[in-house]
Design a protein around this ligand. Structure first.
Ligand code: HEC
Length: 296
């Protein structure tokens, strides 16, 4: 086997198989794994070096062993190297498939001696591969006939309709569970208690230092009044939380810390402050936000 594939093919082949496996198993996002994680590049380089080293060592071992053989041994070794491989099994399979069919060069022996206006009959036996394919097609035809014309199974149009309906159902199902796929264009106010409770928790962990637990404001503005510096409404609030406030004001972008769903939850929670009276409300900043009527 070793002599069938030369080393200049074997080494790259094994190398690319290993690199492919690494690529397949390492989750590296859009980038190839070895760019995302330089250590992998190092690993692949090492693999390449080792592969080349193995080739070198095995080659020189071969050489040394060959030199230690006597003349007769050397001759036998060389003879075995030059022998081309015999594909006995393939040949046997081929003759089985062809059977007793005469090849085209010998067809002259089996032509029948009647002659109708120049048309002669050739009495060759059918090759087994052809005969069995023909039997298989007969069985297929019977099954097909019974299934679709007697038992009236779904044809391709009906199959398409069912699969289409199923896929639509799956999409609806997915949309229900995919709250986490929101950005500030698609975000909606969440009203479920579980979401608002989660939002409260996120607010208490990350935001109270600047906005106070009741939204009254401190370093950050009052979140309970109808005035907004950066725009009110779920979409603007989500955007402020995700992208941060104006430079240097202290409100950082939270998108690296919070998942989209978490930002939607805390945005919905923040909107609950409006209309409540905080203990020490900070003076209103920005403009009163009026929700625009949804555009058609
Ligand atoms: C380090 C202090 C600080 C923290 C922590 C902080 N904020 Fe702010 N926040 C601010 C400041 C300052 C502003 C005003 C930004 C500006 O003027 O551009 C602001 C603005 C906002 C606004 C817009 C208010 C408006 O009037 O437009 C919202 C909404 C908001 N923060 C929500 C949050 C949420 C939710 C968290 C927690 C995830 C949070 N903030 C954490 C300081 C902070």
């Amino acid at each position: 086997m070793r002599h069938l594939i030369p080393s200049y093919i074997r080494v790259p082949l094994v190398f690319f198989i290993i690199a492919g496996l690494v690529e397949y198993f390492v989750d590296s996002g859009d980038q190839p794994a070895f760019i995302e994680q330089p250590i992998i590049l190092l690993f692949l380089l090492l693999v390449l070096l080792i592969l080349i080293a193995i080739e070198g060592i095995v080659g020189s071992m071969d050489n040394i062993l060959f030199q230690s053989l006597d003349e007769e041994g050397k001759e036998r070794y060389l003879a075995s190297r030059t022998k081309t491989p015999q594909f006995k099994k393939v040949n046997a399979l081929y003759s089985k498939l062809v059977g007793k069919t005469k090849p085209i060069e010998e067809e002259g022996e089996i032509i029948l001696d009647h002659n109708y206006d120049g048309i002669k009959e050739l009495d060759n036996s059918l090759p087994p591969w052809w005969v069995y394919t023909f039997y298989a097609s007969i069985i297929f035809a019977v099954v097909y006939l019974v299934r679709y014309h007697v038992l009236n199974a779904d044809d391709q149009f009906a199959e398409y309709e069912t699969e289409y309906a199923e896929a639509n159902r799956a999409i609806e199902e997915y949309k229900k569970t995919a709250k986490g796929l929101v950005d500030f264009n698609t975000v909606e106010v969440l009203t479920e208690t579980s979401d608002l409770n989660a939002g409260q928790k996120i607010f208490e962990t990350n935001c109270v230092a600047c906005h106070k637990a009741d939204g009254g404001g401190g370093i950050g503005p009052n979140l309970a009044d109808p005035n907004w510096i950066l725009g009110g409404g779920i979409k603007n609030v989500f955007k402020t939380i995700s992208e941060g406030g104006r430079d240097g004001k202290g409100m950082v972008a939270w998108k690296s810390e919070l998942k989209p769903l978490e930002m939607a939850q805390v945005s919905s929670y923040v909107l609950q402050f409006e209309g409540t009276t905080p203990a020490e409300p900070k003076a209103a900043e920005g403009d009163v936000w009026v929700e625009e009527a949804p555009q058609e």
